[in-house]
Design a protein around this ligand. Structure first.
Ligand code: F6P
Length: 366
């Protein structure tokens, strides 16, 4: 009697990011091509387990040509948490636990394993399912780079490259008009994108959530630059940056079924500065341009390594684990540890000290 091929489910959850398709392609090539397994793609994250007709077989044909493509061919959502699933009934928001429905779908699909490609939120959901007995392997993705178990997540490099290019462009117009240009970047509650892009793009001030700022200290920096003959200044503001003793600026508060949506601090800082400095101030919000488009070579490579590694971990029966990059090597770690703690910028770490040595102000008066 021939044994049926193992069947892996795969889904992409949470906000999209460049490199997701590289992971999907690598996982399908490694599982279907190398091991002769079947791979079932689940559309729109975990929601695909709750809604009919959202699964499809993935073969070489489906993943051909997708390596340089942004987004995810499977679709994604950051509102489809089966443990707190939101629907609107007769005008009322209803949030319910539909994890039993998701478990039933996993059984009906005959999945021997489930690869969850996601950030902190989706990996936590994956971990909850693994505690309920689902064989899960996690793959860390997010432009925010805030997962502590991996040195870097794919998508981050592309976001930093996009933000750095934006800073280069802002430099030339800032210089022509003798203006203060502010670029607000994403990153949620951590400042990795702002810090990396700010250093690479030669920013004069970088505001990050890990180092609360005061407007007065930023003004001091801008005045100092003018006093030394620099007629323009460039600032990067992470969306989660907060004034000393203040709060994060939000577009939408945290709810049971989704994370808070940050944004608006760049405008706030811009208005406060405009009232205090002689130069004109302009604000650019880079927004989802950081998430869209083709991944960099680094993210394609990392995504490919993660996708292939996730299949290797599944083949070895390493359920409840997440692939990660540590010291240049691909390793796997317990999902439980991977979702425990966010990785934030060390305020006195080497990168911050390097930036300070370049004369960058963090708005904290140091
Ligand atoms: O986590 C990735 C991220 O892009 C954050 O940097 C940002 O705060 C958030 O997602 C935006 O989410 P949405 O696409 O739902 O607006």
């Amino acid at each position: 009697m021939t044994r049926r091929a193992a069947r892996l489910g795969i889904l992409t959850g949470g906000g999209d990011c460049p490199g997701l398709n590289a992971v999907l392609r690598a996982a399908v090539k490694a599982a279907v091509g190398d091991l002769g397994w079947e791979v079932v793609g689940i559309e729109d994250g975990f929601e695909g387990l709750l809604v009919p007709d959202k699964v499809r077989q993935l073969s070489h044909a489906e993943v051909r040509g997708i390596l340089p493509r942004g987004g995810t061919i499977l679709g994604t959502t950051n509102r489809g948490n089966p443990f707190a699933y939101k629907t609107v009934r007769e005008g009322q928001v209803v949030v319910e636990d539909r994890s039993a429905d998701a478990l039933r779908s996993i059984g009906e699909l005959g999945l021997d394993g489930l690869i969850v490609i996601g950030g902190d939120g989706s990996l936590k959901i994956g971990y909850e399912f693994s505690r309920l007995g689902v064989p899960v392997v996690g793959v860390p993705k997010t432009i925010d780079n805030d997962l502590s178990a991996t040195d870097v997540t794919f998508g981050f490099d592309t976001a930093v490259v996009t933000a750095t290019e934006a800073l280069d462009r802002l430099h030339t117009t800032a210089e022509s008009h003798h203006r203060v240009m502010i670029l607000e970047v994403m990153g949620r509650t951590v400042g990795w994108i702002a810090l990396h892009a700010g250093i690479a793009g030669g920013a004069d001030a970088i505001l990050i959530p890990e180092i609360p700022f005061s407007i007065q200290h930023i003004c001091d920096k801008l005045h100092d630059r003018v006093a030394h003959g620099a007629k323009f200044s460039i600032m990067v503001v992470a969306e989660g940056a907060t004034p000393i003793g203040g709060e994060m600026v939000m577009q939408e508060a945290l709810s049971r079924y989704r994370e808070a949506r940050l944004g608006g601090i760049g405008q706030r800082v811009g208005e406060e500065l405009a009232a205090r400095v002689a130069q004109e101030v302009r604000v650019t919000v880079l927004g989802h341009l950081q998430r869209g488009g083709s991944p960099t070579a680094f993210d394609r490579l990392l995504g490919t390594r993660f996708g292939a590694a996730a299949v290797r971990v599944a083949a070895a029966g390493g359920w409840g684990r997440m692939v990660a990059l540590q010291g240049g090597e691909i390793v796997d770690v317990a999902l439980e540890d991977a979702v425990g703690q966010l990785k934030s910028v060390p305020p006195n770490g080497e990168l911050v000290r390097t930036a300070r040595a370049m004369g960058v102000s963090f708005g904290d008066g140091r």
